[in-house]
Design a protein around this ligand. Structure first.
Ligand code: FUB
Length: 326
């Protein structure tokens, strides 16, 4: 009976409900992992602002029976306690970038001077390959609009490093203590470039980051005490590994596996943030009860712990998820 119901739900959801845009705030309580169970969410980016946790995700809407990324828009969720979440109206779509032709892939939002910048990967409309764009809003929940009117990074800027057309994806932005912002991204090769204070123009040349063994994609930069951490997806199917450095520009020292293969999804894309005194590892897997797969992914959250020497303890993926914080 339960199986019949799941199958029916799967057909209904994958075809319709799961792919709809959200038009009003919807509040729900997380019952562990996956956090969001009424739609497929992927490629999490996380931000903490004014004591609230903001979760930004992609949205898998691949038709049932197909195996490819079908992603048209992004989603935003917020929580005060990691248990009660609100999904806000659809804040951004690939079509909001007039120069892009689709593919709302991985992204990250960061605040600067009271504005919120959303860095995204999309397929460029006229320059072959993936590209990175940025949208801006006065609110962490949007609505966001294209901040530049063109891509920040296009595939033709990086063909000297790799000939593939999908290496310019998975942006992550970090503002260092001296206020210099850095955009990191990549697939097969990890890159960074400095950003101007306006957060939409680059400064200087693109740097190809050396010594990140078996780099696949999904770089994420965070800092804890005096250490910088560059975590990334490695090999395929992916596990998440990490490197540490005393400077954001490296040299990076490879430290090994942070999160093991999920097993039910080829990708695992992570974000790492601190919220109310705890560190969180936000990622996706294909573990949804109904129809979960590499192309129907779901965001999960578990705790992240540090060793005394600053290295990271391997993440324990759980179905229970994280407990409520005050
Ligand atoms: O969601 C599309 C792609 O899959 C992302 O850009 C990668 O990080 C992987 O999760």
């Amino acid at each position: 009976m339960r199986k019949c119901f799941s199958a029916l739900l799967s057909i209904l959801c994958i075809g319709s409900l799961f792919s709809q845009e959200v038009t009003r705030d919807t509040t729900f309580r997380a019952e562990g992992n996956p956090v969001i169970r009424y739609k497929y969410t992927a490629d999490p980016g996380a931000m903490v602002y004014k004591n609230k946790f903001y979760l930004y995700t992609g949205h898998d809407v691949c038709p049932k029976g197909q195996e490819r990324y079908v992603m048209n828009d992004w989603c935003v969720f917020s929580s005060d306690d990691m248990k009660t979440w609100t999904e806000h109206p659809t804040p951004l779509r690939a079509k909001d970038f007039a120069w892009a032709k689709g593919d709302a892939w991985a992204s990250q939002v960061i605040e600067r001077n009271g504005k919120f910048y959303w860095y995204v990967a999309v397929e460029h409309g006229t320059i072959h390959g993936k590209a990175i764009g940025v949208a801006v809003s006065d609110s962490p929940t949007g609505p966001f609009k294209d901040a530049k009117g063109s891509a920040i990074i296009t595939n033709d800027l990086t063909t000297k490093y790799t000939k593939i057309s999908w290496d310019d994806i998975d942006p992550t932005v970090f503002i260092d203590d001296d206020k210099q912002a850095y955009l990191f991204w990549g697939n097969t090769q990890c890159y960074y470039v400095k950003l101007k204070e306006n957060m939409i123009d680059t400064i200087g040349s693109i740097v190809a980051v050396p010594n990140l063994p078996r780099f696949t994609e999904a770089p994420w930069i965070h800092k804890n005490k005096d250490w910088y951490y560059l975590s990334y997806a490695s090999e395929f199917p992916e596990k998440i590994v990490y490197a540490m450095s005393r400077k954001i520009t490296g040299p990076w020292q490879y430290k090994g596996i942070l999160n093991e293969l999920a097993g039910n999804s080829n990708t695992n894309h992570q974000a790492i943030v601190e919220f109310k005194g705890k560190s969180y590892f936000v990622y996706h897997n294909g573990g949804a009860d109904v129809g979960g797969s590499s192309f129907h992914r779901s965001v999960c959250i578990d705790q992240l712990f540090y060793n005394k020497d600053g290295s990271l303890k391997r993440v324990q993926m759980t179905t229970e998820g994280v407990s409520a914080v005050k």
